[in-house]
Design a protein around this ligand. Structure first.
Ligand code: 58G
Length: 224
């Protein structure tokens, strides 16, 4: 059971994560995802959440007051607070495994030129980036992190083992997989997979994984 609170100015953009597997996990109780609109916490008469940047510079910054109040409304002793930012540590399957051990994640999505540094200094445990590119908001990165982490939480995926053989779980790319029919338009499934010889199948899959990783992602192969 994991709780995830997402703080955003664009709550509607999270509709996709309530589809399919994660939607089912929310209904089954394996996962609780709350979307909070940062604007609801603004004490400004016009619900303003942004302002000009001290010292000059282009664009606007998210002001501290709505963010402080939004974070404090969900903060507890179990919470681990993440700010999605291109300046953050790079996200990975390894990082996802670490995050999956927390009971409560709070994800902050920035917009414009980002958020006031005092929010980061006061509350943020981890600045996290999904890759070396800049987006208009932290919503897409937040969805990437939620999807990746949630599928590692017990009882979120139907089958408890389905995350074990995945690409990256053993620093190898996954072997090719096939389903019926065994012959589709003359393209045949490799004979060994139809043999029922589980030892041979295991050997074939390992060899395929290693060959593909060596060809496509030599950087993943540990030099020891
Ligand atoms: C510079 C520009 C600093 C995450 C924008 C902060 C968030 C990319 C990623 C921002 C993001 C990523 C405002 C919009 C954060 C703020 C947000 N872009 N690579 N943009 O994970």
């Amino acid at each position: 059971m994991m709780k995830i609170d997402i703080l955003t100015l664009f709550p509607d953009s999270f509709a996709p994560i309530f589809q399919s597997i994660l939607g089912r996990a929310c209904k089954s109780g394996a996962l609780e995802i709350n979307i909070l609109n940062i604007r609801d916490f603004s004490t400004d008469k016009h619900k303003k959440c942004d302002d000009e940047i001290f010292g000059g510079g282009n664009g606007m910054l998210m002001t501290p007051q709505p963010l402080f109040d939004a974070i404090e409304s969900v903060l507890d002793d179990d919470a681990y607070v993440i700010y999605l930012s291109p300046k953050g540590q790079t996200f990975s399957q390894k990082k996802a495994k670490e995050l999956a051990t927390y009971k409560h994640l709070i994800l902050i999505c920035g917009h414009y030129e980002g958020i006031d540094q005092r929010v980061i200094d006061k509350f943020v445990n981890l600045e996290l980036s999904i890759g070396d590119y800049v987006l208009t908001g932290g919503e897409l990165p937040a969805m990437v992190v939620v999807d990746t982490v949630a599928r590692l939480v017990p009882n979120v995926l139907g089958n408890e083992n389905s995350a074990v053989d995945d690409t990256f779980e053993n620093d190898l790319l996954e072997y090719p997989q096939y389903t019926r029919p065994a012959d589709f338009r003359g393209m045949k499934v490799p004979e060994v997979l139809l043999s029922g010889n589980h030892q041979e199948i295991k050997k074939w899959r390992k060899a395929q994984s290693e060959a593909l990783t060596k060809k496509r992602r030599p950087d993943l192969i540990k030099k020891e």
